[in-house]
Design a protein around this ligand. Structure first.
Ligand code: ADP
Length: 401
């Protein structure tokens, strides 16, 4: 069946059109609409045969963006389908599923209500996801839709890992707890690692490191996420492109007092002006950090060191939480591409049985093992594929409902 996956952000929509069958999984086309509602909005589209096109236009909202996507999928010159009805289902990425959604769901009216209730938990992300769903419902009447949640894979966290040291009533009243994100990515790469090792995931202790602009790690013990670095929001844990990651809440209170910041300003400070960009003053982009660092910029080096140190620290913490680690996976734009970072993270971890082979680490390409022959732990680089998980989940959920 042909399944469209949509990942709607506040000003962008990424899409892929798949053919998914038991014996075939193929991407027919993929692309993104960027700068929705702004000047210079653009759609970038790529077909399976390498044909690429960019279309500029006035794309005022998510509905208009989806119209553009459907039009290009149907176009004579760049399209892959002849009529809209060929799209049999749509899979939507939804960032926050709260405690309600522990797995993917077919989107029905009562589900929309529950989704709207989750907005409070993710005011920066969920509204865009919902806009995409509503626009699709309007334009693609009778096409079944499925929501796939970033939080769902982490629903297996035990209470002692997801609770904060706050009055318990705040958890009960407002759902203040760790949820974790990037779940589809952690799920995908952990399963690929199991396939590469040739052992069931249920017999493995895996640490997955999804390192992109947003970054998180997960401890996947016998196939279940038992801890993860992101929290109630994607702000906690690792250092990120523009986010602080872990910070003493007392330090935040101190800054608010000294700088007399409003709620909005402190939100922007922690989410947009911190992390790599905040520490380096140079860039939120790891490639540029590495270039600057190699050109002798000390603050870029510092930002890089803080980033790597946190990954290493959590790796140790998760190994302790699982009573060991047998597989480590790097994914995300940084995890997949930065041999410098992988080498730095693994430095001195021989005591955990982690040894990287320098030559293998520098080879570029798809899925690969980068551990040395004597390493007790498998270390893999695995390109993530969240869209494929969303498409597979969409097919599975619809088959079961
Ligand atoms: P997002 O979280 O937005 O999906 P990605 O997973 O695409 O982000 O990761 C983007 C990050 O990957 C950026 O910091 C970028 O600099 C980094 N990156 C991409 N290629 C390289 C590379 N060759 N070396 C180091 N970092 C890289």
């Amino acid at each position: 069946m042909k399944i469209l996956t949509l990942n709607c952000g506040s000003s962008s929509i990424k899409y892929q059109l798949f053919t998914i069958a038991d014996d075939e999984e193929k991407v027919l086309a993929k692309g993104a609409v960027e700068r929705i509602g702004m000047k210079g909005a653009i759609l970038k589209h790529e077909r399976y045969d390498g044909d690429k096109v960019k279309v500029a236009g006035e794309i005022v909202d998510h509905g208009a963006a989806i119209e553009y996507i459907l039009a290009i999928l149907l176009s004579d010159n760049h399209g892959v389908i002849r009529n809209r009805e060929e799209i049999e289902a749509v899979g939507h990425r939804v960032v926050h599923g709260g405690e309600v959604f522990t797995g993917s769901v077919a989107i029905k009216p009562e589900v929309m209500e529950a989704l709207n209730e989750c907005i409070e938990l993710a005011p920066l992300h969920n509204p865009a996801n919902i806009k995409g769903i509503v626009a699709c419902q309007r334009m693609m009447k009778n096409v079944p839709m499925v929501g796939v949640f970033d939080t769902a894979f982490h629903h297996t966290l035990p209470d002692y890992a997801y609770l904060y040291g706050l009055p318990f009533v705040l958890y009960k009243r407002y759902g203040v707890r760790r949820y974790g994100f990037h779940g589809t990515s952690h799920f995908y790469v952990a399963n690929r690692a199991s396939a590469l090792v040739g052992k069931p995931l249920s017999e493995m202790k895996v640490v997955t490191a999804h390192l992109g602009n947003g970054a998180s790690m997960a401890a996947v013990d016998q196939g279940k996420s038992i801890d993860t670095t992101m929290g109630m929001t994607p702000l906690e844990g690792l250092l990120m492109g523009t986010r602080t990651g872990d910070i003493d809440a007392g330090a935040v209170l101190h800054i608010i007092g000294r700088e007399e910041l409003t709620l909005g300003e402190v939100n922007t400070l922690l989410n947009k002006h911190s992390g790599l960009i905040g520490l380096s003053g140079v860039s939120s982009d790891m490639r540029e950090i590495e270039e600057e660092m190699q050109a002798g910029n000390d603050r870029a080096r510092l930002a890089f060191d803080v980033f790597c140190y946190r990954v290493k620290k959590y790796l140790g913490a998760f190994a302790a939480a699982m009573g060991g680690v047998d597989t480590l996976v790097f994914t995300g734009g940084i995890g997949e591409n930065s041999d410098l970072l992988r080498a730095k993270v693994a430095e001195g971890l021989g005591f955990l049985g982690i040894e990287i082979d320098d030559e293998k680490n520098q080879v570029r390409g798809g899925e690969r093992a980068i551990h040395s022959d004597s390493s007790k732990v498998n270390v893999f680089v695995i390109p993530t594929n969240e869209e494929l998980v969303i498409a597979r989940e969409t097919k599975r959920v619809l088959a079961e409902s």
